[in-house]
Design a protein around this ligand. Structure first.
Ligand code: AMP
Length: 395
């Protein structure tokens, strides 16, 4: 895997695909700059190596040109974070861009306008990719968040840089982290899958059954498994049409020697609200009119033991309705278990959507080994898919 550490950027004009798809408030100010921060290492590496940098990204989902989604809104923030002046050009292809790029000197940064102002970007248009490529000597992809899309700037463009392309530091770190879990992970390996639905995680489960020793299934998706096994789940969320699939998963896991851990008890609520009445009951004996909303105490202890006996841990999806304070305890307990295991030498990767939100909200960000920056891209990686943005650099 070629990264920014394998090349000399002296005198090179380097086009970097970053993921600056950041949230803006009503005054068009950046409210969370995590993604800009995440791209810093790669950009600085090129500048320090004597190159100049051209940054390209999408922002939101514009239909044609849309000033409210102009990357000009974030120029100042990028500049603050990098500590280097950033020039902005009001297009991403064309004469003006050619000129701005030609004028760039070593150590300078140019930010292009939102790629998605052109529908050719998401369409993966080859001609558009060629125009983007024409302004640079070297291409770096550092946008993990869009690596699962075969867009012009994330994948198609790579063909115009034969030996002059590589992964940025962030993308490389994402690839390494996934690899540490799915390919080269130290045993025992444990995956924790939570969240609302079995259906959205089924391909992940099928892929990781060949890789892990333990699979903890928690959160809303566990009720489909419990009901399929004859348990009473009251009003808990359940995908009835996935019950058979749940039983198949359990059978397959047993055949492969993967130990599945389902919750044994649950916090049940009489309403889907933070101040509902609650009681702790056995997971398979939830009274009518009540629904499971968080992992019970016995379940937390069982999960804790499994996690602490693991050398490699993957966490995707919360163990309860963590957005409501009253039902966040199971998810927080899991975060604590993973943090402690990490402190004792385990490798832990948190990835995909809501578990990342939970980790940030409860302050576990610095006590796990790696928090992925890409939701969809991480999920597709865990499903075992080769991401187009990664493939395009490798081949
Ligand atoms: P996902 O996007 O599939 O990872 O699902 C995340 C969502 O699952 C979060 O919004 C949680 O509130 C929700 N969730 C987790 N456990 C439960 C549960 N027991 N009942 C209802 N929703 C849940």
């Amino acid at each position: 895997m070629k990264t920014v550490n394998d090349f000399n950027f002296k005198g090179k004009r380097v086009l970097i695909r970053v993921d600056f798809n950041v949230p803006l408030n009503a005054e068009f100010k950046v409210t969370d700059a995590t993604r800009i921060q995440a791209a810093k290492n790669t950009i600085i590496k090129v500048l320090e190596g004597g190159g100049s940098v051209i940054l390209m990204s999408h922002l939101g989902r514009p239909k044609g040109k849309d000033q409210s989604l102009s990357l000009s809104h974030i120029t100042e923030k990028v500049q603050d974070i990098l500590g280097v002046q950033v020039k902005f050009v009001q297009d991403c292809i064309g004469q003006e861009v050619q000129q701005a790029s030609a004028d760039l000197k070593a150590g300078e940064i140019l930010l292009l306008e939102n790629l998605r102002f052109y529908k050719e970007e998401t369409a993966g248009d080859v001609e558009f990719a060629k125009q983007l490529a024409s302004i640079a000597d070297f291409y770096i992809n550092d946008a993990f968040g869009t690596a699962h899309r075969a867009h012009a700037s994330t994948a198609i463009i790579a063909q115009f840089f034969k030996e002059t392309k590589c992964f940025g530091s962030l993308l490389a770190k994402e690839i390494e982290s996934i690899d540490k879990v799915l390919t080269s992970g130290q045993k025992p390996i444990t995956a924790v899958l939570g969240g609302a639905k079995v259906s959205s995680k089924i391909t992940i489960i099928e892929n990781i059954l060949d890789k892990v020793d333990h699979l903890i299934i928690g959160g809303g998706m566990s009720f489909t498994f419990i009901k399929a096994q004859g348990g009473q789940i009251g009003n808990s969320i359940c995908e009835d049409d996935k019950q058979e699939l749940a039983l198949e998963i359990l059978k397959k896991a047993a055949e492969k020697g993967v130990k599945i851990h389902l919750p044994v008890d649950v916090i049940a609520a009489d309403d889907f609200s933070n101040d509902a009445n609650t009681q702790q009951v056995a997971i398979n004996a939830i009274p009518e009119g009540w629904e499971g909303v968080d992992a019970g105490e016995a379940s937390r202890l069982i999960f804790d033991k499994v996690i602490k006996d693991s050398q490699t841990i993957l966490w995707n999806g919360p163990l309860g309705v963590f957005e409501m304070e009253s039902f966040a305890k199971g998810t927080i307990a899991l975060g604590n278990s993973i943090a402690e295991a990490t402190k004792n030498g385990a490798f832990s990767l948190v990835g995909g959507g809501d578990s990342v939100a939970a980790v940030k909200e409860f302050g576990f960000e610095n006590s796990v080994s790696y928090v992925s920056t890409g939701g969809g891209a991480m999920l597709e990686s865990l499903e075992g898919k080769v991401l187009p943005g990664i493939d395009a650099i490798l081949n």
